[in-house]
Design a protein around this ligand. Structure first.
Ligand code: PLP
Length: 431
């Protein structure tokens, strides 16, 4: 059983100066308890922590590291670029190069704007949609995450109202009233919102494969029905591909699922592990953006050459190694089958949702198709599962509401080690 002594000392120090000891809440392990693991370095599929433990990584920095940690082509691109200066606040050629590359890989988009985080990309995408349609309301789905900007931190209102309510202090009622909440995989919930607010809805935003309530797949025909409704209402369909873009296929979920978006947001893989995100659409929409159009959006470090070089190297490698998606899909299926087999043998109720290189284990008998069913899973058992695996050197997402992200540096031996760790923990009745 691995020990995490030095990590817990580092966490104690961090808590004196960083709120909760972290710069992003999920890292603090609140959902599973215990102390987070402090990383020293990582290579390929492995994390090496402050206690000298070696861990098999299933989060890949929450998605970006499709080929594993410290991937040579990305590291070389960044180090070479850094020698020539890291930021200018002036145009650089590499911004055009990555834009051309990204647009050639993704269907239905003609221009792209780079930003620094998925939050910024989604926030800007809805401003653009509102500017373009001259409408104010948006629809989002309970359990989908689109970053931490005010319009998205909204919970379902009372039964009497279709308006959302803030789910974080600091978000105003004024903002909340413009975000309408629908239920994932429930087309009637969307129809009701459109009927109650005819021709008032600027955009509908969705994770085409949800990853932020655990991995949840759209039912057959659901996304197509949303597309049709949006067309009827003159509402823009925003696919939030911050997680799925360049991970499920080179053209993301649009390609993998054959669905057309009006605006697409990217993050995670597009930066190869540096802070990059983007939003893209056809010209008619993107030309509303400043300085061409009136919808304002800007960023001092947007299109930063260091970050662009990392992203360009990543996208170039994806094109070169285009079998990576198939390879990852097979590995993820192998892991799924292995975990499923040992959980079934132990008689533990569970569901495993999977698409491409994303998957999640839910401890429940009931299929998980939306946020409510994800919430009904046994999250106490998830905690035990998480810690049993961590003590055996397997680093899973520290919450039952997150997806695993496989990276292609993972070997079948690593997957076997992971499945064996679960079998061992079950045998010892730790879960
Ligand atoms: C991670 C994520 C975001 C937010 O991106 P940040 O870079 O963390 O701001 C938005 N949407 C989805 C689907 C995400 O997974």
């Amino acid at each position: 059983m691995l020990q995490y002594k030095r990590s817990s000392e580092l966490f104690h120090q961090a808590q004196q100066v960083l709120p909760g000891g972290v710069n992003s809440p999920v890292r603090a392990f609140n959902a599973v308890g215990g102390n987070p693991v402090f990383v020293e370095y990582a290579k390929g599929a492995y994390l090496y922590d402050a206690d000298g433990n070696k861990l098999i990584d299933y989060i890949a920095s929450w998605g970006p590291l499709l080929f594993g940690h410290a991937y040579a082509p990305v590291i070389e691109a960044v180090t070479e670029r850094a020698k020539r200066g890291t930021s200018f606040g002036m145009p650089t050629e590499v911004e055009t190069e990555i834009a051309q590359k990204a647009l050639s890989m993704v269907p239905h988009v003609e221009k792209i704007r780079f930003v620094n985080s998925g939050t910024e990309a989604c926030m800007s995408a809805i401003r653009l949609a509102r500017g373009y349609t001259q409408r104010e309301k948006i629809i989002k789905f309970a359990g989908c995450y689109h970053g931490h900007s005010d319009s998205f931190l909204i919970a379902a209102g009372s039964g009497a109202t279709t308006f959302g309510v803030p789910n974080s202090p600091g978000v105003t009622q004024g903002t909340a009233k413009d975000t309408l909440l629908a239920t994932y995989n429930d087309i009637d919930s969307v129809k009701q919102l459109f009927a109650a607010h005819p021709k008032q809805i600027a955009a509908l935003i969705i994770e085409p494969i949800a990853g932020n309530m655990g991995c949840v797949l759209p039912k057959e025909g659901f996304l197509e029905a949303l597309r049709t409704l949006c067309d009827q209402e003159g509402t823009l369909l925003i696919l939030d591909e911050v997680m799925t873009g360049f991970r499920l296929a080179k053209g993301g979920a649009q390609e993998a699922l054959g669905i057309r978006a009006d605006i697409v947001t990217f993050g995670k893989v597009i930066g190869g592990g540096l802070p990059v995100a983007a939003f893209a659409a056809r010209n008619e929409i993107m030309d509303h953006l400043a300085p061409l159009g009136a919808v304002y959006q800007a960023g001092t470090l947007s299109g930063n050459p260091l970050a662009m070089s990392a992203g360009l190297a990543m996208l170039t490698e994806i094109e070169k190694r285009s079998d990576v998606f198939e390879s990852l899909g097979k590995k993820t299926a192998y892991l799924h089958e292995g975990l499923d087999r040992v959980l079934t043998q132990a008689g533990i109720p569970h569901q495993i949702n999977r698409f491409g290189s994303m998957c999640s284990v839910f401890f429940t008998e009931e299929p998980v198709t939306d946020f409510a069913s994800a919430q009904r899973a046994d999250h106490q058992r998830f905690k035990k599962y998480f810690h049993a695996m961590l003590s055996r050197g397997i680093y899973l997402p520290p919450s039952g509401y997150e997806s695993y992200f496989l990276n292609d540096a993972l070997s079948y031996a690593d997957l076997d080690t992971t499945i064996q760790a679960l079998a061992d923990a079950l045998e010892k009745r730790e879960i």
